[in-house]
Design a protein around this ligand. Structure first.
Ligand code: MLT
Ligand code: ZN
Length: 455
């Protein structure tokens, strides 16, 4: 098989070196051991087609690999698969100022798209903590969200076109950058969020927009989780928010220690809300803050006075994932409709003591768009496998609460292997059957990321 791969790609771009298998065979998920049989590094669409055709002919399983920042084991190769890394497909191909569309290869890093847009006096608004290493192909495959969804939506909203190689090895050029295109099923959207199970995204047309106005960041101390949505509603009445995030005291404790950051406020609160808004809304924001204080929803607050302070406040939120990584958290990435957030948090608050009686929970997330991250921290001394097994066994209790409100068990991290067996909590049996039929149509031999997403 390795010999055959070396016939379709230059031999030095097919690796079986142990350190390469370990590195490219996994994402940020730590619950599965990496065990690919090879890693390949195509540079062109034709090479991706050649690898895919070989996989069909020889019955190989392929796993796409981007920035490997995924949190659901969607890019983990644990069964002797061939990893297809997009690291060498990292070029910008075209930019059209009138369309405000940039075409890039799948391996371009998100932060480089943001920098490219800045260089053109424009803005690519999809942003998250892992922007420095995540790649566009992976963002498309998981329909990545992040910290600005409240104003700008998800990756899906910025994709004007896609070039994909299907599981059958066919190249499809989808939507071609059009704004309007009412010619039937929009196949582009099937690939967005498909987690590499239908084909490989090889190129993407990304929409860019005007840069935002200068902004301010506020961090508020909140004692009762139930008040967070009252604060959101009050601020939204007069302030154009670009972000509304939250995190718990435990998260602040971890991130300030890990990054040697200053605490945001003199006093500590059970929770904190982080808001970002346009600077010209500062008076309205201060009025909303005063009212929230008077209503008892907020105990204290701070507003950035400089770019550096804004960055320092954002660091409290963006550094959380890294700061709890040594505790190998079991990650839950839950979403309900925004209006359902208070009721849902109340359900979870009551259930947590029952579901996870002796475990520490680190809460944070994008509460303004209905997405909360509930991270269960592994106690020292407990083996990772035993811990994950235990959490998996408890997940149905939590997911029943999500399902009861029509929510999602994976808002933005994807399903991968981690949440695969729980898909039925968010998608009906009929939907899953249709997904299988779609997969069969685009990947008839099941070579594309088998074992991911579909139970
Ligand atoms: C975040 O919101 O920081 C990301 O989704 C990563 C995470 O949940 O750990
Ligand atoms: Zn998130």
């Amino acid at each position: 098989m390795i010999e055959k791969l070396r016939e379709v790609l230059p031999p030095h771009r097919v690796s079986t070196a142990k350190e390469d298998l370990d590195n490219w065979g996994r994402d940020w998920t730590r619950s599965f051991a990496a065990a690919p049989s090879a890693v390949v590094f195509p540079e062109t669409v034709q090479e991706v087609v050649a690898v895919t055709r070989l996989a069909n002919a020889e019955g190989l399983a392929l796993v796409p690999s981007g920035g490997r920042t995924g949190l659901s084991a969607g890019a983990v190769a644990s069964q002797g698969e061939v990893v297809v890394s997009f690291d060498r497909m990292n070029r910008f191909l075209d930019f059209n100022e009138t369309d405000r569309v940039v075409r890039c290869q799948a391996g371009v890093v998100t932060a480089n798209v943001q920098a490219f847009a800045r260089g053109k006096g424009l803005f690519y608004p999809v942003d998250f903590s892992s922007s420095g290493s995540s790649q566009i192909g992976g963002n498309v495959a998981t329909n990545a969200g992040g910290i600005k969804v409240l104003r700008y939506g998800m990756t899906r909203d910025w994709i004007a076109g896609l070039k994909v190689v299907t599981g059958a090895g066919e190249v499809l050029e989808l939507n071609r950058g059009l704004v309007k295109n009412a010619t039937g099923y929009d196949l582009r959207h099937l690939f967005i969020g498909s987690e590499g199970t239908l084909g490989f995204v090889v190129e993407a047309d990304l929409r860019l927009t005007e840069p935002p106005a200068p902004s301010r960041v506020m961090v508020l101390g909140v004692d009762r989780m139930a008040d967070i949505l009252s604060i959101l509603t009050r601020f939204q009445a007069g302030v154009a928010l670009s972000a509304f995030e939250f995190f718990s005291e435990l998260a602040v404790e971890r991130v300030t220690r890990h990054r040697s950051l200053a605490r945001p406020l003199k006093s500590s609160s059970a929770f904190y809300a982080l808001l970002e808004f346009d600077a010209h809304d500062e008076p309205a924001a201060l009025a909303a803050f005063e009212e929230s204080l008077a209503a008892g929803w907020v105990s204290d607050g701070v507003m950035s006075q400089s770019e550096a302070q804004a960055r320092a406040l954002w660091a409290l939120r963006e550094g959380i994932t890294e700061s709890i990584a040594p505790e190998t958290p079991y990650k839950n990435d839950l979403a309900v409709r925004i209006s359902d957030v208070p009721g849902f948090l109340d359900d979870v608050d009551h259930a947590v003591g029952r579901i996870y009686p002796d475990l520490e929970i680190c809460w944070f997330g994008h509460i303004g768009d209905g997405n909360v991250h509930l991270n269960i921290l592994k106690p020292p001394g407990l083996a990772v496998t035993a811990f994950y097994e235990r959490c998996d066994a408890m997940s149905p209790e939590l997911f029943k609460l999500v399902a009861a409100r029509g929510g999602s068990i994976s808002a933005e991290h994807g399903v991968g292997m981690l949440k695969r067996e729980f898909l039925g909590f968010s998608r009906s049996a009929a939907e899953i059957e249709i997904m299988r039929a779609v997969k069969k149509a685009l990947d008839p031999n099941g070579v594309m990321n088998p074992g991911k997403l579909l139970p």
